[in-house]
Write a protein that binds this ligand. Sequence first.
Ligand SMILES: [Zn+2]
Length: 551
Amino acid sequence: MKSSVKLIAFLSLLIMIQSCSDFKTNVDLIIYNASVYTVDSLNRTVECIAVKKGKIVAVGSDAEVRSRFEAKHYLDAHKSFIFPGFIDAHSHFTGFALNLRYADLAEAGSFREIIDIIKNYHKLNPESWIVGRGWDQNKWPGKQFPDNNKLNELFPDIPVVLTRVDGHAVLANNAAIRKAGLTEPYTSGEAILHDGKATGLFLEHCADKLKEAIPLPTAAEMTKLLVKATELCHAVGLTGVNDAGVDKKAILLIDSLQKAGKIKLRLDAMMNPTDENMNFFMPEGGYKTDFLRVGSVKLYADGALGSRGACLLQPYSDDPSNYGIIVTPENEIRTVCQNAKKYGFQVNTHAIGDSAIRMVLRIYCEFLKGKNDLRWRIEHAQVVNENDFDIFGKYSIIPSVQATHATSDMSWAEARLGNTRLKNAYAYHRLMDENGWIPNGTDFPVENISPLITYYAAVARKNLEGKPAMGFLPENALSRLDALKSVTIWAARASFQETKIGSIEKGKMADFVILDADILSIAEKNIPKVKVKYTIVNGEVVYNAANDIKK
Ligand SMILES: [Zn+2]
């Protein structure tokens, strides 16, 4: 009896020793010593995150998590602030990548500087056309339009196409003019002449022809551009983007690059409504991997407010004969909606003016019938008629907005719209109230890519100079927490990804951004100065401002 008690005691001790060494579960990464805003349903804050195989396995206090888990890598956050990886609900990621092949001429203070920049560009890209964008002669001494004499002298055989900042004027050398097939006589007003001879400066359709003549990148070049674009996203804390209008070819290339581990960015590809795209993706009900989703169609209802292309119910206040334009006929939108409903796709339609928005709301309502969870979206939703706000709520239509559009447009929006209509423009808070949530994005490269600037514009309604002092239509600012949700969990929800990404919770993908300041509490004016220290995708550090990961 006595000996059996001893034996049991001995065995229990053995089991205890055994279980102590087994007690900690192995994980890949533990991030500790942090203020983690989980953005879960209770908005909990924690100190520590454990990650295994790209997913979050635990969150909690440092003591709690570290007592249960043993990691291959530890990351001391040094009391920094961790948020779910930022998601841009409306960008043009592929277009942004394509733009990266252009030499940036925006900062050039003279035509001489332009020449230096493009000489350097040619050195780096000896095989390709010389393409640049962003020049503005108003920044140069004399403010004269340039001509192409110097370009012809330096580059007699290599085509040069340099687009002005507004995109409507192009300076080209003779080699490019030949390639584009432009011949005299030019359409009146589309070529700037000097003593009756073309100077190489072209406008509108002639400019478009030159831009269209630029060869598209090869798959290898496109790969480089997409990888570079991904790096730029990581550097500003983006771990996911919605790409508003992509084609099958680009989607398949991105898919292959994601699968090869070359692009660590989650992408929601809104496909263009071409027959090729729709026939390929729709009958299958879309396409889904951990990194890619194809489950929506992108449509355009009208143009933009700045160029008076947005379609309004009443004419432009600064152009009384102009209502703007509808760019996709109603019946075409209806046909796409029909197919989308049939195959379970979202419809995401660009609509900016109150007339275009009303048209799209009306068409959506025919299919949605009442409250639903199909999350059909209106992209931009900039000028909403007073009588149309409640349709967003009644039919669960999601306004997908870009907070920096408000602060970029504020200097001229009133001229276009007049005071009364302006009150219902960029009405993000009011739109959010309709469904209780709102996704936010940038429309980059139209606006700055940074989600922190989007966040700042959403909460402050001010530009980067801090103007206007009281904010632009400040009643439509979002609270800091709502603005944070708009670039994380609500942006995820806008493309049905909220169970995978958008918050820091057990079971979700390990996508985080680590910032050097608490954007929920610092002084408003300091928000644009906040730095991204790390961006982490799938548990992997993809951007590291300072290298202090411990082995
Ligand atoms: Zn867009």
